[in-house]
Design a protein around this ligand. Structure first.
Ligand code: GLA
Length: 380
């Protein structure tokens, strides 16, 4: 029986709506007990960073959510030198041990963060005990002891280590950190060698921000080539991935994924978040000592994110996750730098006291629209 155009339109619309809601229902049912990690299980590990307060307070709901949604974890701060080894001979194992136990309990990929970095290191590390800089020999011995003790404690249980963090200063080559200034440019080779001797099974990474910067990319590629010839056990590259709505150019990000993979490196996106706030004085780095003065202009969404910005956030997440899926053969892991917006460092960096929305869960740990958009990419 022939039907009118209007009837046809109504039937088609109803059919579409039914299909759509079946899909939406199927998605929420599928995700009720499982999470994003299950949707992406054939692509790469999906991780988050965990802060001490959550482990300390033993927040059961939060930890349940983390183990449902993610299959990789990084300690946000408590394996950094100033926390784990604040004074010579003093080691604070309580939180790192809790972190390892949580990861083991849920069979998660555990990432140790971090062995050698210029930030969040107590000043005694670089001194000789008499107020003068340590010698190369002293600092190398200290580095070795630190790596032997920290990576040694978790040898065989840690999947990977960020061995060196942020050793390159944008397009200026080696960052003139105390590690570089005191030891010289072979400090990085030493760090990788010490880590490998301590835990031969752990996968070893160099990790940095703005890894899409072409000059930084070239410098790192050059280092990898030369280091491999010297037998340095570097196996992966971490692109921190602190991005914004308008930066970086995703093509440059892709070029870096391809360039590092072409050198035989596994690629990890280690600290992903999407800043939605205005760029403070065009500042785009992640050098954590930088701060700019607060102004209301720089904090426009204190009462909530406007729909248009939320749409841009969703689109940006989708754009990046499509890229990650395209290069899934090269990518080992995508880790978000935190779970809920309220806990993100992006509320205080580079301007203290702003309200930012960079992650997949809101301040009440509800799934955001960007979460659903990323999940939908894996719905057939
Ligand atoms: C860098 C470090 C991280 C963390 C962030 C800011 O990216 O690698 O450990 O400190 O800055 O939270």
């Amino acid at each position: 029986m022939a039907i009118s155009r209007r009837q046809f339109f109504l039937q088609a619309t109803a059919a579409y709506a039914a299909l759509h809601s079946i899909k939406a229902n199927a998605l929420s049912t599928a995700l009720a007990e499982t999470g994003l990690k299950d949707l992406y299980k054939d692509d790469f590990y999906l991780g988050t960073a965990i802060g001490a307060s959550k482990l300390k307070a033993g927040s059961p709901d939060f930890l349940k959510l983390v183990s449902r949604e993610f299959n990789a974890i990084t300690m946000e701060n408590d394996m950094k030198w100033e926390r784990v080894n604040p004074t010579p001979g003093q080691w604070e194992w309580d939180l790192p041990d809790k972190f390892m136990a949580f990861g083991e309990q849920h069979e998660m990929y555990r990432l140790g963060h971090v062995l050698v970095w210029h930030s969040q290191v107590p000043s005694w590390v670089f001194e000789n005990g008499k107020g003068k800089p340590a010698s190369r020999k002293e600092l190398l011995a200290r580095m070795k002891n630190h790596i032997n003790t920290l990576a040694g404690r978790y040898a065989g249980q840690m999947n990977a280590w960020d061995v060196v963090n942020e050793a390159v200063d944008e397009d200026k080559g080696w960052r003139k950190s105390p590690w570089f200034n005191i030891i010289g440019e072979d400090f990085m080779d030493y760090a990788f060698n010490f880590a490998h001797e301590t835990d031969p099974k752990a996968h070893l990474l160099y990790n940095d921000y703005n890894m899409q910067n072409p000059a930084k990319r070239e410098f790192v590629v050059d280092y990898i080539r030369k280091a491999k010839k010297r037998g340095v056990p570097i196996q992966g590259i971490g692109l921190q991935g602190h991005v914004g709505l308008g930066f970086p150019d995703i093509k440059e990000f892709e070029a870096s994924i391809e360039a590092y993979a072409a050198e035989g490196m596994r690629v990890h996106v280690t600290e992903f978040d999407v800043d939605v706030l205005p760029v403070a004085w065009e500042f785009m780095g992640a050098e954590i000592s930088t701060n700019f003065e607060y102004s209301d202009e720089l904090n426009p969404y204190a009462k909530g994110m406007p729909a248009a910005i939320e749409q841009q956030l969703n689109d940006r997440y989708v754009e990046f996750f499509k890229l990650f899926l395209k290069h899934r053969d090269k990518i080992e892991r995508i880790t978000l730098w935190g779970t809920g917006d309220g806990e993100s460092w992006k509320n205080d960096f580079p301007v203290i006291g702003r309200t930012n929305y960079p992650l997949l869960f809101d301040r009440e740990y509800k799934r955001k629209a960007c979460y659903n958009a990323v999940a939908a990419l894996k719905q057939g």
